[in-house]
Write a new protein. Sequence first.
Lengths: 190, 657
Amino acid sequence: MITLGLEEKNEILSEVNRRSGANVLECYQCGKCVSTCPVSNYMDYPPRETMQMIKLGLKNELLMANSSWFCLTCSACSGRCPREIDIPAVMEAIRHIAIEENYINDSKKVKEIRKFHEIFLDMVKRYGRNYELRMMAEFNIRTRNLFKDMHLAPKALLKGKIPLGVKPMKSAKAIQRMYKLAEKLDKKHL
Amino acid sequence: MARVGVFVCFCGANIADYVDVPMVVEETKKIREVKFAIEYKYMCSDPGQQLIREAIVQHRLTSIVVAACSPRMHEKTFRKALSDAGMNPYLLEVANIREHSSWVHQKDKKAATEKAADLVRMAVAKSIANEQLFEISVPVTKRALVIGGGIAGIQAALDIADARIPVVLVEKSPSIGGKMAQLDETFPTLDCSQCILTPKMVDVASHPYIELIPYSEVIELEGFVGNYKARIKKKASYVNFATCTGCGACWQKCPVKVPNEYNMGIDKRKAIYTPFPQAVPNKPVIDAAYCTMLLKGKCGICAKVCQVGAIDFKMQEEIIEREIGAVVVATGYDLWDPKPYEEYGVGRFKDIITSLEFERMVSANGPTNGLPVRPSDGKIPKNVVFIKCIGSRDEAKGIEYCSKICCMYTTKHTILLHHKVHDSHAYVFYMDIRAAGKGYEEFVKKAQVDTAATYLRGRVSKIYKKEDKLIVRGEDSQIGQVVEVVADLVVLATAVIPPKDNPELARMLGISYDKYGYLSEAHPKLRPVETAKAGIFLAGCTQAPKDIPDTVAQASACAAKVCGLFAGDTMKKDPMISTVNTEFCSGCQNCVQVCPYGAIVTEEVPMGHGSKEMRTVARINEGVCQGCGSCVAVCRSMAISLAGFTDHQIINEIVSI
């Protein structure tokens, strides 16, 4: 049972709108996003329901759900949305709020996805780009599943899909500076 | 001797698939009087008609039989063909071998063919006795009656009057304006209802071609298209409108307070009152049910304060008559009483109101100075729940149909609420959002996005009280979960229903109505403003629920129909009417009794043989007679004959088979 009308203001709505630049109120619940989304079947609340829950201000359910973590940010939904809502940006806003306010969905899948995000960002920070081989190794180690997808490795390596080394980018330094600046701004903002 | 031409139609496959058309033609040729018979694929087509025209000249035909579809479809077409060939159009007979044979006997071609041949044989026999007939022209009374002074009646009256046709506008209540006068703003443009309506009301009052009869009802209508006579009951207003100046001294001093219908009973009015400040005419009436002078013979303050002596406690109701040529019915609608919704606590909880009550509250001239308030404690509500489809689309408690306007007026209410109480929040429980109309979908988006009304898809299951709040429980089917809204005020969007005296009105006018009580149009698509009775038209919600733009459009359509009807000085009429042979008439007057149109009167004629004695006989008013034939059937002395359907013709038909 959901009780409405107790809160003075729908905070999650204004926060998501502010962060994403989208206006969730525009959603008229047609469901085109849900049938477009390749992973909506695996979500606790597919995009349409997520939108409605934001409108109703169901903060706890939203931030604890796996939906935003499962979102691939493929933008197929927003590409087809008749109201042109940037749904991936909305999902990202929910992820950010969940991290900041320490809402933790402790299902195995979400934990893995969060680790993947961390490792990926770490790679970008180090090299200015992704270093696939290291990322895969680190992901397998940190998720304690050493041989995950190992059978694909020989083929991928032979085809040159996974370079053994990484060419640091010229602008890697600049990217590191961006990270620092972003962290500073974040602290100031909080 | 008669020379008959027979033309049998295939009607594509409609007739030819089930009736052996060439066989029918062969059978027909055996009849002595038939000098020419032919089949053709489509008789109604241009070459088909040409065939008739040529045959008339070539074969010197004296009457024509067309065996085709129902005469309702193409009788006029073929009569025209006869006229074009220089023949009297009423020498035509139509044998209906489609509806009466091919369509109904699709399983038995042999029998269908035999029946078709019989039908043609009968038509031929009848046509032998056909006589030349000539159209009758009837004078038209160029005056229209409009029943109901809401926006539909006002628009129809103004449009007709602008064509310089006199209009009699009859309104039941003391002022015109109807439901629209009670509205605050109108969707989807949010223009003020009063501001766009009152200029039209004033136009009605000052128009030289409109006779406004307020506080009156039409009680009887007799006659026929172009020549109706209406009896109108003027209710006793106890105020002489001719002398009253509308100064208002009487209603300021009147000591009797009565619930105010205009404000949905939220505040009080006096026993002598005008419904609202902009009333047209701006003259008060005395409510006889509450006036102490009329009830107990004491008081009379209004009469004392009236400077011009306009109060007349002895006034009686009055019946007046008007001759008119056409009627526009615009009696509007009522709102459904939500009492059966016991699970919502309707009647038990004061803070549940209807949409029209909400409308009056937020209206600038309303009883609460334009602010929504909780009836229980007078506080301004913050959380307001609007529930749609109250009575609509509810077969168990209300009616089956969609009331059409609730989606939009509820949308308007969420926006008005936001305008009046900035920190309020609107919740809308709905089943569907039906926003088909110019600018309507955009208006709903405005409510949902700009004013952030929360739309919850589901019917409310129950409402209960918790301290001073109302808890509204329903499902939000968008997320498949039950929600409860803590509300300060609940507004019910009650269904539109026809006025409860519509059936009685329909019987009085001789028109039909549907199972709900809405008046029926002649055809749901192609004749939406006409009734089945010629000269009576429908405008507005009395026909079906509709919004203001649709109502105004339909009212203007009615006006166009009325102007079309009055375009000539006379109306042409088919000559198939009854005549009395006074030699045979015994004066029993049975015919006078059965005539449904009041077309038969009696007159005195000399007895004959030089006698000075007079005797009574029947006489038929040819303008009024519609040719139904009832009088012919009851006439004992066979004195009445119906042109085009004489006894001779009918007997010929019977003998031929």
